[in-house]
Design a protein around this ligand. Structure first.
Ligand code: G6P
Length: 609
């Protein structure tokens, strides 16, 4: 949510800043801005719209500077326009700041500053930061930043440049990620690695409360209260190739096509055929606690929450441990009853979602053991959980999550196998599951080889419909929710996901000859019930697009269109049934001419409440 990049070093700052913004644009893209320190002033340019607009606006200016900051915004306070875009400055244009997060007490701070004579330009919460620093500046910029931090309530990751300290940039975080890359004679600070890795793989993750003073050849970090800290320099193995489109029209399509590979990565080294069990080293110290847990609470937001629902069904049926699934945003403000013996599992692609992170902290405050299922290595959630499992999906850039969802479901398949074996499944049953899991990547690949043409046809037929219904039961009910979410997110068509049988308690009223209904009707334990639900739709002239199991030729008789997926075990079907729904959403959005990777109003990682 909002992309931040700052540069200090031997080269012209403009290129790393603009390149960095392009790479961070998936975090927010309603306006963008840049500030550069020049000999005797701060050059500032801000525009509403995409990074491309900013790039065009400065392309012909002869800009030369070795120090600068830039930002791509996802609006929280104040509409997206030139004035509300970052960087923001103090009254004298001597300090420029880019900020990510929400300053909850900004109204109080603004009143305090206005009384002191400060003049504000924007409607943003962020603008209080340069004014606070200006107010407290007394010849020592670090001291002024430290004091400003002590006044701010809320979350922030911010980077500042100042005419008073022309050899430095200063960065600080509280709840919003910031990472510093160390190059040769240069440092780049950014809200995530994507803006850094083409320059260096040596990075320092700032921790909450840290304030970093960065010159071109030196880095000094102070904890907000604890004085000097000695940050660890880590080597990251992310490659540029991993975050590029490599010929695909959109990142989302590339990521859909990567799914067989990422599933192989998720299961690599984690299946033990001899014992018919999964091995999850990241949580090895907590296996007994999990086995004996009287309850597991899965906490997540968005697509990760849907993966959590599938996890609930898997763990309950394979391991017979009661599971609940909570939205991070609800859990954090309830009074959750956490007893000794309850384990929380937080699920997050980015590892930075503010509500999930706050729920994690709330659970820990209650003394719960909290485990994580994350994609981004070194993210806040990965760091703050007691232990966790990485899904190894690689960087996900498309705002609509696809491959991370796949990795999360597979991780739950491994976890439920492990717990199931420890509690009730035989070695042979475990081996059957392993056989089925190992087939999934190839089955998915075969679908990717043959499905797109068929789905493109469907997409062309239905792209102008205004409503869709998605139905599924059992393991495939969360798949219906996720299919509907994908369509909403990127095509702006209203879609609802529902448990198929619940349809008759409301949504059935919506069905007429204009309503396409996507029904997941695979040959599982409740197939016949789903067929009855399909009959109910057909009786009301709804159009049925079914996802069925290969070999089920009967299904064609009941529906208008059918997409077949290979057969697998009931609990593994979501790994196959979600693929046609991802592709359908993708092609509908693409045929509607929409920007699939940057859907309006959304952001990849929601680091504000
Ligand atoms: C945003 C993204 C979704 C994602 C959700 C949770 O809304 O657009 O794709 O599912 O956040 O993100 P997380 O990183 O915690 O999985």
């Amino acid at each position: 949510m909002c992309g931040i990049v700052g540069y200090i070093g031997k080269n012209n700052a403009v290129k790393p800043l603009i390149d960095g913004l392009y790479r961070l644009e998936y975090r927010g893209y309603d306006s963008a801005g840049i500030a550069l320190l020049t000999q005797d002033n701060i050059f500032l340019k801000k525009v509403a719209g995409r990074v491309n607009e900013l790039d065009k606006a400065i392309r012909n200016e002869p800009l030369q500077s070795h120090i600068g900051i830039a930002h791509t915004r996802w609006a929280t306070h104040g509409v997206p326009n030139d004035i509300n875009a970052h960087p923001h400055t103090d009254c004298k244009n001597q300090i420029a700041v880019v900020h990510n997060g929400i300053i909850e007490n900004f109204r109080t701070l603004k009143q305090f500053l206005v009384k002191k004579g400060h003049k504000f330009q924007s409607e943003t919460d962020s603008e209080v930061i340069p004014h606070l620093i200006e107010e407290f500046y007394d010849g020592d910029l670090m001291a002024a930043v430290r004091k400003a931090c002590s006044y701010i309530k809320g979350t922030y990751g911010f980077v500042i440049i100042s005419l008073a300290s022309p050899g430095y940039i200063i960065a600080s975080r509280m709840g919003s990620p910031l990472v510093i890359g160390r190059g040769k004679g240069e440092y780049i600070v950014a809200s995530d690695l994507a803006a850094i890795i083409s320059y260096t793989n040596e990075v320092i993750y700032l921790k909450d409360g840290d304030i970093a003073e960065i010159s071109s050849d030196h880095l000094r970090v102070e904890g907000c209260e604890s004085g000097m800290v000695f940050p660890e320099i880590e080597k990251v193995n992310l490659t540029l190739e991993q975050i590029e489109r490599r010929g695909y029209k959109h990142f989302m399509l590339k990521e859909i096509y990567e799914q067989p590979i990422i599933l192989r990565d998720t299961i690599r080294g984690r299946l033990n055929y001899e014992d018919g069990i999964a091995r999850l080293n990241g949580i090895s110290n907590y296996i007994e606690d999990l086995r004996d847990a009287d309850r597991i609470i899965i906490i997540a937001c968005g697509t990760s929450w849907h993966a959590g629902l599938i996890g609930e069904y898997m763990i309950e049926s394979l391991a017979e441990i009661p599971v609940e699934v909570e939205y991070g945003s609800e859990f954090r403000y309830r009074r959750p009853v956490l007893k000794k013996g309850t384990i929380c599992i937080v699920v997050s692609q980015s590892g930075e979602t503010a509500d999930t992170l706050a729920a994690l902290r709330e659970a820990k405050r209650h003394g719960a053991t909290v485990l994580g299922i994350c994609n981004v290595v070194g993210s806040s959630i990965a760091r703050e959980t007691d232990a966790g499992i990485y899904i190894h999906a690689g960087p996900e850039i498309g705002v609509a999550s696809t491959k991370a969802f796949m990795g999360q479901i597979m991780t739950f398949a491994l976890l439920s196998l492990l717990l199931g074996r420890l509690r009730r499944l035989s070695v042979d049953e475990g081996r059957d599951i392993i056989n089925a899991i190992e087939k999934i990547p190839d089955q998915l690949q075969s679908l990717l080889d043959k499905l797109p043409d068929k789905i493109k046809k469907l997409a062309r037929t239905f792209k102008d419909h205004r409503n869709f219904l998605y139905l599924g039961r059992g393991y495939n009910f969360p798949v219906a929710l996720e299919g509907a979410l994908k369509l909403k997110e990127i095509s702006y068509i209203h879609a609802e996901g529902y448990p198929a049988a619940e349809m008759k308690h409301g949504p059935i009223a919506l069905i007429d000859k204009n309503m396409p209904v996507v029904v997941i009707a695979i040959k599982d334990a409740i197939y016949d019930k789903v067929i009855s639900n399909i009959e109910e739709i057909r009786a009301r002239q709804g159009i049925v697009i079914a996802v069925g199991s290969e070999g089920d030729t009967q299904l064609k008789k009941y529906v208008d269109y059918v997409i077949y997926v290979p057969e697998t075990m009931d609990h593994l079907y979501p790994l196959l049934t979600i693929l046609p729904l991802q592709l359908l959403a993708y092609y509908i959005a693409d045929y509607r001419g929409l920007d699939v990777d940057k859907p309006r109003n959304l952001a990849k990682s929601v680091t504000v409440e």
